[in-house]
Design a protein around this ligand. Structure first.
Ligand SMILES: Nc1ncnc2c1ncn2[C@@H]1O[C@H](COP(=O)(O)OP(=O)(O)O)[C@@H](O)[C@H]1O
Ligand SMILES: [Mg+2]
Length: 119
């Protein structure tokens, strides 16, 4: 009888310890999340809702990019994609495909050739 109660107590204690360690782990993820959410957001500039030439498509004119403190990832890229046109982007791992897409969607700001030379 006492042994059973002791075993139950042991199981309950072990479950509590597991729960506490889980909470500690979750808290680490949460602190990352809060740190991320506290990043300052750049103020929006301009009011344009479309480009200078609507229907022209997407253009890259001598676009270069490097990550802060990193090597130059893209160098002097020019392309013109017309609406409805498909383009396959092929390259080795780390060659800059994702970076190019992030620039296209303006998640990153491109460098102009002049910025690039100045660095
Ligand atoms: N956030 C980042 N900070 C610093 N360097 C990065 C970052 N993201 C990618 N890179 C570097 O930029 C290069 C291009 O990466 P990426 O655009 O992800 O290539 P791909 O999508 O073609 O595999 C790689 O050398 C990669 O290490
Ligand atoms: Mg990628």
């Amino acid at each position: 009888m006492y042994l059973m109660v002791f075993k139950q107590g042991q199981a309950a204690l072990s479950a509590s310890l597991t729960a506490i360690s889980g909470m500690y782990e979750d808290n680490l993820y949460l602190s990352n999340l809060y740190e991320y959410l506290e990043q300052p957001v750049e103020a929006e500039t301009g009011t344009l809702t479309q480009g200078a030439l609507p229907g022209d498509g997407l253009r890259f004119e001598h676009v270069s990019f490097s990550y802060p403190g990193g090597a130059h990832v893209l160098h002097d890229i020019s392309l013109h994609l017309t609406p409805g046109q498909s383009l396959a982007l092929v390259g080795e791992n780390g060659s800059g495909k994702t970076t190019l897409i992030k620039l296209l969607t303006r998640l990153y700001h491109p460098y102009t050739r002049e910025d690039f030379i100045r660095r």
